[in-house]
Design a protein around this ligand. Structure first.
Ligand SMILES: Nc1nc2c(c(=O)[nH]1)N[C@@H](CN(C=O)c1ccc(C(=O)N[C@@H](CCC(=O)O)C(=O)O)cc1)CN2
Length: 282
């Protein structure tokens, strides 16, 4: 049974990258199944490539090591080599709002999202009963302004080294730079507006007051600066003057769920590469 591997690279653009990667994979006994690439400029830019390949089983670790000392070193590549048979481990941070959390749990349970949700951590106890049927551990870690540092230390204990991705599913606390660093893996947030519009905690109220004709949602990587992380996915839905702020919240919730699940899926399929403040999504 072959291993299906995935190689994601980012490096300074120059001639010969595709040939070098393809030659290396061929010489390693791999058969390329798909290859997507992007260069940010005609010259002097950054080069990105996502390659899926079949490889005789038991050889992926050796290929990863050899690629690092060979092609990656030659071209100055940042790269990852992953085994598509190993689902990414996901931890979810949530507060009281349930729809994004339950959507991810439901999609994972159905096999619609190929991830392993390892733990749900919440600063409120409200959603413990809703999570229980999914068989996923739920840990309540209260957060107050006075206890935030200790709470984040506990969150880090629950997440660091145990998950490959953290998702903020309408988590209503600002994550400190030290927690971001301690967790040591990417973090994705679902913001309930079409960024850069309406940053902050209450975008639907801002949207109603502004009289918008569209509301939306944005999934982005979390950075220390609030709602400024590289955008992964966005979508919108039409609204009108007839809609109350509560209507906007209800209509927006469906968009949040679909945007977040696409962003998590694409990240876990290694389709997303960060390029400064932006992303490349293959
Ligand atoms: N470091 C980051 N942390 C968080 C981000 C981010 O981009 N970077 N996104 C937010 C999500 N969010 C809007 O989508 C958001 C959540 C919370 C707040 C906020 O002001 N929270 C208050 C506490 C509110 C409460 O206790 O109910 C606070 O933390 O002081 C703003 C925006 C998630 N975190």
């Amino acid at each position: 049974m072959d291993t299906i591997g995935r190689l994601l690279v980012r490096c300074p653009d120059r001639q010969g990258i595709v040939a070098a990667v393809a030659s290396f994979l061929s010489a390693s006994g791999a058969n390329i199944l798909s290859l997507d690439q992007h260069a940010t400029a005609r010259e002097g830019g950054t080069y990105f490539q996502r390659t899926e390949f079949a490889l005789p089983s038991g050889r992926l670790d050796g290929l990863r090591t050899a690629f690092g000392s060979d092609v990656a070193r030659t071209f100055g590549m940042d790269y990852t080599v992953t085994d598509t048979a190993t689902p990414k481990r996901v931890g979810i941070l949530v507060s009281k709002i349930d729809h994004c959390l339950l959507d991810l749990l439901w999609r994972a349970q159905r096999g619609d999202l190929d991830v392993s949700i390892e733990v749900v951590v919440s600063n409120h106890p409200d959603l413990e009963a809703a999570v229980a049927p999914f068989g996923v551990p739920f840990v309540h870690v209260p957060v107050t302004p006075d206890t935030k540092a200790d709470a984040e230390a506990r969150q880090a204990e629950l997440l660091a080294g145990r998950v490959d991705l953290v998702v903020l599913a309408r988590y209503m606390q600002i994550v400190s730079g030290s927690l971001l660093q301690a967790v040591g893996c990417p973090m994705i947030n679902i913001h309930h507006s079409f960024l850069p519009a309406f940053v902050g905690a209450v975008p639907y109220r801002q949207a109603k007051e502004r009289g918008v004709k569209l509301v939306g949602a944005t999934a982005h990587y979390v950075t220390e600066e609030l709602d400024q992380g590289p955008i992964i996915e966005q979508d919108v839905v039409r609204v009108s003057h007839r809609n109350t702020a509560a209507d906007l919240t209800r209509l927006g919730a469906d968009v949040e769920r679909s945007v977040l699940s696409r962003a998590v899926r694409w990240h876990c399929e290694d389709r997303v590469v960060r390029d400064g403040k932006t992303t490349i999504v293959f």
